[in-house]
Design a protein around this ligand. Structure first.
Ligand SMILES: Nc1ncnc2c1ncn2[C@@H]1O[C@H](COP(=O)(O)OP(=O)(O)OP(=O)(O)O)[C@@H](O)[C@H]1O
Ligand SMILES: [Mg+2]
Length: 368
């Protein structure tokens, strides 16, 4: 009845209702997909018969964050996210990498409810970020890329602020622990504006952790901070993860992602071009290189060596052999044997392996 009346009186409102119904159907279909997936995994993991064995099978976990078909076009017409599908697993450290303007902050801000998506669905621990905003947001702590906090507040008040916001009772012991972990305890009564840039960053982390979130977003937390704070920060991230917190971070220091992350996502011009387990990614896309410093320079690579991917470097003084990092067995020993048969001697030998940074640069530049 309500719908009929609206058809006559307000077409825009009908449009809104239709859109909302469509969204709701999407949310339900994502939930259903998770349920079906979980059931399937459960059934395939459950041995028929043995009750004892069955009891030990764990019900598979649904993702703590589920992003489906997410797109964002800003009012300016700029399409910042094209079509993002991504599941974040509970308890993992996920590093989101990408060049400036790729869409990392947009994605994080949508999940945290700061930016409204144009289309798509995000569930945080099963809660729809649009319709169940408060429940979804209360699970999340966000350390934003830009410094934004009330400069006239004290460190203590800033760190305690979010508890009230998310309806949690005061817990001075927790706030004290957070401030001590971040070496801010001595500064607890100081106003934010009197702190240095690095300390303000620490306060933002304390603020994000105030309400004991299960999920922590760190949007470039180590940009412009000193070595000591960076080390403290990563130690804190590891401790949080041990306590079951899921961590999603962005960084332009790719060595950090290489050290910290379980999984890597690379975003480029609004599209997720890779999501992979870090170790697998490095194996799959990494290359190894063997460099031999020759005793006598070579003018060209002998025909007898054409089976190997070789290059002459340093005016013929170095022979470089590149091979896939994921090959279990390489033919390096055969190559060395062959060289000796050909009378090519070397005085030194070096091997190197591509870093996550090399892989990232090649992934992104391939798509320019
Ligand atoms: N409020 C806004 N209005 C219009 N365009 C925006 C807005 N915020 C971001 N953009 C644009 O959206 C694109 C993605 O920006 P975003 O901040 O998500 O990138 P990023 O990957 O976080 O980059 P960075 O590494 O520089 O932090 C950019 O082209 C940016 O200019
Ligand atoms: Mg950003």
């Amino acid at each position: 009845m309500k719908y009929l009346l609206l058809v006559h009186h307000d077409e825009a409102a009908v449009d809104e209702i239709a859109k909302e119904n469509q969204r709701q159907m999407l949310v339900e279909s994502v939930r259903l997909t998770h349920q079906l997936h979980a059931n399937k995994q459960y059934l395939s993991a459950s041995p028929m018969g043995s009750g004892a064995a069955r009891a030990t099978v764990q019900t598979p976990m649904r993702p703590i964050i589920s992003i489906s078909n997410l797109a964002k076009t800003y009012a300016s017409g700029l399409q910042a996210l094209k079509r993002i599908d991504l599941d974040i697993r509970k308890g993992e450290i996920f590093a989101l990498l990408g060049p400036n303007g790729a869409g990392k902050t947009t994605l994080i801000n949508i999940v945290c409810g700061i930016v409204t998506p144009t289309s798509g669905v995000v569930l945080v621990d099963g809660h729809d970020i649009v319709r169940e905003y408060r429940a979804a947001r209360s699970k999340i702590g966000l350390v934003p890329q830009e410094l934004t906090t009330d400069m006239f507040e004290t460190v203590w008040a800033t760190a305690s602020f979010s508890r009230g916001l998310f309806g949690r009772a005061a817990n001075p012991a927790h706030i004290e622990k957070v401030l001590r972990d971040l070496s801010l305890w001595e500064k607890r009564d100081d106003k934010i504006m009197t702190l240095s840039g690095g300390m303000k960053r620490r306060v933002l982390i304390a603020k994000a952790l105030g309400h004991e979130p299960q999920i922590l977003f760190l949007d470039e937390p180590t940009a412009g901070v000193d070595v000591e704070l960076r080390r403290d920060m990563w130690a804190l991230v590891r401790r949080l993860r041990e306590g079951g917190v899921t961590i999603i971070l962005t960084t332009h220091y790719i060595d950090e992602a290489e050290e910290m992350a379980d999984r890597i996502g690379v975003i480029h011009k609004g599209e997720l071009i890779v999501v992979e387990d870090k170790v697998k990614l490095m194996k799959k896309l990494g290359k190894k290189q063997l460099t031999l410093s020759l005793l006598e320079p070579l003018a060209s690579i002998p025909l007898e060596l054409s089976d190997w991917r070789l290059a002459l470097k340093a005016a013929g003084h170095e022979l470089e052999y590149t091979f896939d990092g994921n090959e279990e067995r390489t033919d390096v020993p055969t190559l060395i044997k062959r060289l000796s048969e050909l009378g090519i001697e070397f005085k030194d030998l070096n091997t190197s392996q591509s870093s996550l940074e090399d892989i990232f640069v090649s992934l992104v530049s391939d798509r320019k």
